[in-house]
Design a binder for this molecule. Structure first.
Ligand SMILES: Nc1ncnc2c1ncn2[C@@H]1O[C@H](COP(=O)(O)OP(=O)(O)OP(=O)(O)O)[C@@H](O)[C@H]1O
Length: 206
């Protein structure tokens, strides 16, 4: 097993596929925001979920020289973390889902979320509050790449911009971002590289 604690800087997708899509070959580097667009149902979420090893897939993904297949799925997902547009919640209260409480407390304000939300029951959060909390709860110093699946789809325009600012701060801290979006303004604001996914291929746009 390789040393996963090293300073990883590249997420490398090598021949990733399942029975209906791929193979895909591309890279996301530390500090990048690579955006994937494509029509509904083309397989964008499936691609992100395959990278996180949340669904069956073939091929390999590397974090620098560390092969995904050489470490446990739990360890992999601590480093390469998928965030869905509609996240699952398994406990009663928000704070029970948070990886790093101190970190999340320090970021609530940036996303215009009230401090009291951490003690709230999930069922009392609005859809937009849940979506912003789903992003915050996943953050920790261990995460190196974030796979963000339409994470602003339920938000008002001001909140979208706040989340985008947070994404850019994370990039400056050295996290790599792979973002699925239908919002072309967002693509223009954030993308350091842009791929368009079709049934046939993943094409580079920018
Ligand atoms: N668990 C599943 N079992 C079977 N088929 C699935 C499953 N999840 C997704 N699919 C199918 O795989 C295809 C790709 O789905 P995916 O969610 O990746 O699309 P998408 O590009 O993210 O779409 P959208 O932009 O609407 O979110 C769709 O045809 C979908 O119906």
């Amino acid at each position: 097993m390789g040393n996963i604690e090293g300073k990883s800087s590249t997420l490398s997708i090598q021949g990733l596929c399942n029975f209906q899509q791929g193979p895909y070959f591309f890279e996301v580097r530390k500090g990048d925001c690579v955006v994937i667009t494509g029509e509904s149902g083309v397989g964008k979420s499936i691609l992100l979920r395959m990278i996180a090893d949340l669904i069956p897939n073939n091929g390999e993904v590397y974090l620098n020289t560390i092969a995904r297949s050489s470490i446990s799925p739990t360890m992999w997902r601590k480093k390469v973390t998928y965030i869905a547009s509609e996240s699952g919640w398994w406990a009663k209260h928000v704070k029970d889902h948070v990886r790093d409480l101190t970190l999340v407390q320090s970021l609530l304000n940036k996303l215009n979320l009230k401090d009291t939300l951490l003690d709230a029951e999930i069922q009392h959060l609005s859809t937009g509050e849940r979506q912003r909390m789903a992003l915050l709860r996943a953050l920790s110093s261990e995460v190196e790449f974030l796979l963000l699946d339409e994470v602003t789809s339920a938000l008002d325009p001001d909140s979208v911009l706040l989340v985008e600012q947070l994404i850019q701060e994370l990039q400056k801290q050295g996290k790599g971002i792979l973002l699925v979006s239908h919002n072309m303004e967002q693509v223009r604001r954030l993308a350091t590289r842009h791929y368009h996914l079709t049934k046939e291929t993943l094409k580079i746009v920018l």
